[in-house]
Design a protein around this ligand. Structure first.
Ligand SMILES: Cc1cc2nc3c(=O)[nH]c(=O)nc-3n(C[C@H](O)[C@H](O)[C@H](O)COP(=O)(O)OP(=O)(O)OC[C@H]3O[C@@H](n4cnc5c(N)ncnc54)[C@H](O)[C@@H]3O)c2cc1C
Length: 517
């Protein structure tokens, strides 16, 4: 038996387990991750990253590995019997504080391969062909016995082991499943068609709306076809696509993946046990694929959880912080089950027979979930920023920082630390703990912003802000007017606002982040 002692043990290296391991490694935590499969997914399953996930990837420095490989898509249109009916993208266009107002169509397999390879490079390869056989709670944490002979002792155990989670079952956590008896065929392939091909999600309205066409990366396309029974053939699914697209024609030149997806809906009764065992991703929530929320919700679980573990392991926060994982993520999972459930049922049942139109209207109504941008934590009091996502904004370097180029605030965040954002003037900060990174933002006029966008020098336009002023800020930037002018914000590592005050009263929010003198 090989005994391993780590901060975090992760069972399951699907996209969510992989992301947990990657983030733990970014934070400098020791980690063990194992999966019973031979390697990351090669094809199929989830197909889109939403706008919030793209912001997470920026914080985690994974964005550049992914973005150029996907296909941006923010438009849904409805077609009926060869006729165009409607086209919408308003719920994306209206998003504020976000620079990528679209889905990035890219397969789960690609994401898994990118993160798996980053883990290898970081000398933290996934233990493959290794399943968790037994779990035991100990005074210090947990111990897992693996099929490869490893005995892994850890402070925290994460069950990222999918819908049939062995970790969830070992902890006796209830997971009652609803089955709305709706089954989808999912078909990925290279197609030839005389239909005017555009990067839009297309829902076809016939008697019901049982075919949706999803643009994908590379030269492939995806079709979801509602079948309502499990024993259908690929030919039957393709025949429904042929019917939906009439009078146009479509043929598959190459078939990449075909799957039957029977809709199940459930949210685990608990997301954690004794502040030692935590469930993430499909292990604690499953639902229909409609709205593309499974992978995105799982990745958001990972971003919500790992920084909390990091703060607790490093004694920057009490263990109670870990309770907020379930408190914050369970309501999100419940709302995702509701929104995907409403969508999937609308494809089959419609009072007016306008299923496809109804579908797109539900997408608009549930846009906060589908874009990921409507998620906020805690109780919303009017005007209260706490629990809101940080709105992204452009930043420009000071002239003296010649090596830096124009960018956005999300690219400057560090997942292993809080970010203290100071807007507007000069401050004398006390000595802050190392779990907080300070960024000072000097607001510039619209004219200066225009000039900076053209890469021009600001000289003679206005007096330059004094870069020496905020000596304790590790980074200082110029930015056009933002909604945060005059404020000081403490932003959590996952990009949500933890506390705020006016910059002149900053002492109010720094308690807990300052070394006692
Ligand atoms: C057939 C199918 C089709 C889908 N299609 C879509 C789609 O079209 N669109 C969409 O948005 N979503 C789709 N989904 C959902 C999406 O794939 C999931 O939401 C996403 O994979 C969740 O990621 P995860 O990491 O939580 O779990 P998973 O991806 O399920 O990963 C769990 C991992 O745990 C491993 N594991 C399980 N038990 C053990 C054990 N005891 N020991 C070690 N390892 C273990 C498994 O091998 C697996 O690699 C589909 C899912 C399925 C099953």
């Amino acid at each position: 038996m090989n005994i391993k002692d780590v901060d975090i043990a992760i069972v399951g290296a699907g996209p969510v387990g992989l992301m947990c391991a990657y983030l733990a490694n970014l934070c400098g935590l020791s980690c063990y991750i194992a999966d019973k499969s031979e390697g990351p997914l090669a094809v199929g399953r989830a197909d889109a990253l939403n706008a919030r996930t793209l912001q997470y990837l920026e914080i985690a420095k994974l964005f550049d590995d992914v973005y150029s490989h996907g296909k941006p898509c923010n438009t849904s249109s409805v077609w009926s019997k060869g006729e165009f009916v409607s086209r919408q993208s308003r719920w994306w266009d209206e998003l504020e504080g976000c620079f990528h107002k679209h889905f990035l169509m890219i397969g789960q397999a690609f994401i898994e391969q990118v993160v798996d390879s980053r883990l290898k490079k970081a000398n933290l390869p996934v233990k493959r062909n290794a399943s968790a056989d037994q779990i035991r709670m100990t005074t210090e944490g947990t111990e897992i016995l693996m099929s490869n002979g490893d005995a892994v002792r850890s402070r925290f155990l994460i069950g990222a082991d999918g819908a049939h989670s062995m970790v969830r079952r070992s902890m006796d956590i209830s997971f009652e499943i609803t089955r709305p008896e709706i089954v989808w065929a999912v078909v990925d392939g290279v197609i030839e068609t005389d239909f005017p091909k555009v990067p839009e999600i297309i829902v076809f309205q016939n008697e019901t709306s049982d075919v949706a066409w999803i643009p994908r990366e590379r030269n492939i396309d995806r079709f979801y076809v509602r079948m309502d029974r499990m024993d259908f053939t690929l030919e039957e699914a393709v025949s429904k696509i042929d019917q939906a697209i009439l009078p146009h024609r479509l043929s598959f030149v190459e078939m990449e993946w075909f799957s039957r997806f029977s809709v199940k809906e459930s949210v685990a009764e608990k997301f954690s046990v004794d502040r030692k065992v935590f469930l993430v991703g499909d292990a604690c929530h499953v639902h229909s694929v409609n709205g593309g929320q499974g992978l995105n919700t799982g990745l958001a679980d990972a971003f919500n959880l790992i920084w909390k573990m990091n703060m607790v392991v490093k004694n920057f926060a009490p263990e109670e912080l870990l309770d907020s994982y379930e408190f914050e993520r369970k309501p999100v999972a419940q709302s995702v089950v509701e929104s995907s459930g409403e969508l999937v049922r609308s494809t089959k049942y419609s009072k007016a027979g306008t299923h496809a139109k109804d579908y797109v209207e539900i997408v608009a109504k549930r846009a906060g979930n589908i874009t990921g941008m409507g998620i906020r934590y805690g109780d919303q009091k009017s005007g209260d920023l706490v629990g809101e996502r940080l709105f992204d904004f452009e930043i420009f370097p000071f002239a003296s920082q010649a090596t830096q180029t124009a960018s956005r605030i999300y690219t400057q965040m560090d997942y292993s630390r809080y970010t203290l954002l100071l807007f507007g003037s000069c401050f004398d900060l006390p000595k802050l703990k190392s779990n907080i990174n300070v960024i000072a933002i000097e607001i510039i006029s619209p004219a200066a912003h225009e000039k900076l966008k053209r890469n021009a020098d600001l000289k003679n336009l206005e007096s330059l802000p004094n870069a020496e002023c905020n000596a304790s800020a590790s980074n200082q930037f110029l930015a056009p007017l933002t909604r945060y002018e005059g404020q000081a914000l403490i932003v959590r590592p996952d990009g949500y606002i933890a506390a705020y005050s006016s910059v002149t009263e900053i002492g109010k929010i720094l308690e807990g982040y300052v070394y006692e003198s």
